[in-house]
Design a protein around this ligand. Structure first.
Ligand code: ATP
Ligand code: MG
Length: 404
């Protein structure tokens, strides 16, 4: 083993994995452009308080998973564990609310969480996320879910979209009380962590992955039965729009998210194969205000690029690779051939080894070359080169005169 290893949970992305990763990212970016989202590049570091205020103090992310540290002046900073908090901070700081009736932003980049690493769960991972600021209309929620659904279907990644409404300031308090009461009754079946959660953040118990907890919450009261009129109508409209848009979904009355800022709509796209969430999001109508902006409803989502890459089975075929092999005193001519091929948009390697034909062809094979271009003194003198198809062995003469 080499002396230096990457830090646990931090990975190099390369080769086929990276090609899949880029494929996912490119596809989602194109989709976001079609929906008129504009990119924003956000800092990786924010003041710790930005995350504490938005994600919530009693959440796994803030309590256990954050890479937080003091800078030289003793101020608490943190590597971002997610993108929404920073996006909202930027929206407020740059006064984007003053510019347009609504604002649609997307971001892409690394996120950091101190979690136990496993397949599809890392300490540095990447997300593309999108946010719409300025509209309460459930049509926006529906369009966001439609975007996610189209993206996943076109990518060929099987998933199920689950939705729920977790209410608002008006109706959630009564639900919390009812849920807490229910959890008291089943407390002997709850894990140690959930015993603490049940008092401080009971909704999070619904999200616990421990089997006995999952079993225990089966008969719990459902938020949908507690929704106020406004939230009931909002949720009904969302479902109506999803049907109108032919987006299949499953209602999951126990779906909650690990971040406190959500209101009304929450949703996830879950992979049955990985048994993990690929894309997650929802509405957060109070967060802009919470971070010092004017009251502004908003809704968004974040997609985990590594998890999605794991599910990409087939990549589009790569452009064929050409390799120019110079023989003899012909480098000027060979370089002109290389330049001309690249100017036509072809992917071209120039052989850096001086060797005989057999050795050169062997080398080209190992590099995965589709076509070799043979350039010798005869070719230079005659103004042509030989193009050899490595698969069929067929060879054709191509006229080439760099002076023209
Ligand atoms: P989980 O329930 O799997 O822990 P989460 O609810 O913490 O997910 P979000 O904060 O909603 O996830 O992040 C959105 C997406 O980002 C997830 O659906 C997932 O695809 C990805 N993601 C989250 N945490 C990680 C991680 N540690 N490693 C890789 N991808 C991650
Ligand atoms: Mg998590």
């Amino acid at each position: 083993m080499p002396e230096f290893q990457s830090v646990r949970g931090f990975h190099d992305l390369l080769g086929e994995d990276l090609r899949k990763f880029r494929h996912v990212s490119q596809h989602l970016r194109e989709k976001l452009k079609l929906y008129n989202f504009e990119e924003v590049v956000l800092p990786v570091v924010e003041y710790l308080e930005v995350f504490q205020r938005s994600i919530g103090e009693v959440t796994d992310i803030v309590q256990k998973e954050m890479f937080a540290f003091k800078d030289q002046k003793g101020r608490w900073l943190a590597l971002r564990p997610e993108g929404t908090a920073g996006a909202v901070r930027a929206y407020v700081q740059n006064r984007l609310y003053a510019l347009k009736p609504h604002v649609k932003l997307f971001y892409e980049g690394p996120m950091f969480r101190h979690e136990r690493p496993q397949a599809g769960r890392y300490r540095q991972f990447h997300q593309i996320g999108a946010e719409v600021f300025g509209s309460i209309d459930p049509l926006v929620d529906a369009e966001i879910i439609q975007l996610v659904y189209e993206f996943l279907s076109e990518l060929g990644v099987p998933s199920v979209i689950e939705i729920n409404s977790i209410g608002c300031r008006v109706c959630r308090p009564a639900y919390r009380v009812a849920l807490k009461e229910y959890l008291e009754g089943v407390s002997e079946h709850l894990c140690q962590v959930c015993l603490d959660r049940k008092d401080r953040n009971p909704l999070r118990v619904l999200d616990c992955k421990v089997p006995t907890c999952k079993e225990a919450v089966r008969g719990a009261p459902k938020m949908v039965d507690f929704l106020c009129q406004d939230c009931t109508e909002h949720y009904a409209k969302l479902k109506e729009y999803l049907q109108l848009l032919s987006v299949p979904y499953r209602e999951n009355p126990y779906l909650v998210r690990g971040l406190d800022y959500y209101t009304k709509t929450v949703f996830e796209a879950v992979s049955p194969e990985l048994d993990m969430t690929l894309v997650a999001g929802g509405r957060y109508d109070y967060l802009v205000e919470e971070l010092g902006g004017p009251p502004t409803p908003a809704v968004g989502f974040a997609a985990g690029l590594e998890r999605l890459s794991l599910l990409v089975k087939e990549l589009p075929r790569e452009e064929p690779l050409y390799m120019v092999l110079p023989f003899g005193d012909v480098m000027d001519y060979a370089l002109a051939v290389v330049k001309s091929l690249r100017s036509e948009g072809k992917r071209v390697e120039l052989s850096y080894k001086r060797a005989g034909l057999k050795k050169q062809l062997e080398l080209a094979n190992r590099l995965g070359v589709s076509y070799v271009v043979l350039v010798g003194e005869e070719e230079k003198a005659g103004g042509f080169y030989l193009l050899k198809d490595m698969e069929t062995g067929q060879q054709v003469r191509v006229e080439f005169n760099p002076a023209l």
